[in-house]
Structures are given as structure tokens and as C-alpha cells.
Write a protein that binds this ligand. Sequence first.
Ligand SMILES: [Zn+2]
Ligand SMILES: [Zn+2]
Length: 235
Amino acid sequence: MEILKKFINWLYPYKCVSCDCVLETEAVWCSDCFMETIFIDQPICKLCGRMFETLYACDEMCNTCLEFPPSFDEARALFQYNETSKNMVMKIKKNADNHVAKTFARMLFTRYPIVFKNADLIVPVPSHWLKIMKRGYNPAAIIASEISKISGIAYMNAMRDLKKTRQQKHKSIQERMENVAGAFICKKRLHDKNIILVDDVLTTGATLNECSKALKGCGAKHVSCLTIACTRIIQ
Ligand SMILES: [Zn+2]
Ligand SMILES: [Zn+2]
């Protein structure tokens, strides 16, 4: 049995989800990448889920959420966005890596059981059809469908991206919000439904905010967002 296991591992080696190095055992990261990974842990902003950098804040909201209250009810992520978590996200974004998506879907499911408690539907943040044509898939949909398989909660491609939004990088929160305003529509009736909205990364939250607005406009009662990574808190 052990020999068979070794042979399979030789054929299909376990690889680090971030740097791709071959691992000796069935693990997610190599030790270097594990050391570089920042796991989201308390204290976090109760709305956007970003980590506070001081130990004193508890059950509070960050300045961004106070200044620009989001339309979603909560957002939670696994890791803080840095080079290591960026590499992990890129595996799904550039190579549609289902194995990586499955690994993180399982982690999200065990890490945030409360988010799944009363959820009715899992909805991915949509990609514009031109982006899907170019890439062949929507990365958020890959993660969302793995979360649906693991949790047993129904998956629904309920939204459409109407605007091929321009690059969001180097834009302020205000600019990002304007950039995505009216970009998303919900195609389904979601009367009284509790939704889990899925994306790869939460940066300013402008996209998740706009999508949640559209979902609530179609009757959704509660929107929780799940992402693999989120950026640092903006002071
Ligand atoms: Zn690694
Ligand atoms: Zn916040």
C-alpha cells in the first residue's frame, strides 16, 4: 500500500499551493510559504473581516466600513493578501486550478461554519463575457462551485457583469466605487434568501458591495461574502 502511495505521489506529486515546489507528504504548503502566509485571525472588523493590527479592538468596525458602510452583511477571508496568497489566487485565476480551489473551499467551510448556517445559495461574483471568452472561465465561479460541493448548499450563477470595468489598481475607494457603479445585475428572484457571495480577493470591497446591492435589490435578505484573501486594513 505504501509503495503504491509512493508511486502515485511520484506520478502526481503533491505541490505547494503557492510556489509549486514538490512536497514530500500530502500538505498544502511548503514550510517557507507556510511561514509567509498570514492567516486571518481575531481581532477582525466585524463587517469586512479584515484583521485589526492592534490587539485591543474587538467586535468593532474598521474606518473604511464606518466611512463607506457596505451593502453586504459580512465578509470573511482566509488569508491576508501578500505575495504568497497572491500566488495561490493566481493558480485559480490563470490556470483554473480545481485542486487549489477545493483546498481553500474546504478551509473556508471549516473556518467559518456560522456563515454557512442559514445560507440558501452560493453565488459567484460574475465576470464580463469578454473576460470569460479570453480566459475560458470565471475564477470566482470555480471557487463558488467547490464551496457548494463541500457545503451541500446550492450553487446559482445569479448575476451578470454588464460593464467590462477598467483596471481597479491604484484607484481610491471612492474611484473604485464609481468605477463599478451599476456594473452588476441580478438575473434571479431571491426573495428572502440568504446568499453567500464568492470572489477570489477582497480589496476595497467595491465589487462585493455593488454585487450585494444588486442581490438585495432582487430580494436577498442577507449577503455574506467569502474570499480566499483580503487586503490589510486601511488606517
Ligand atoms: Zn511554497
Ligand atoms: Zn471593515
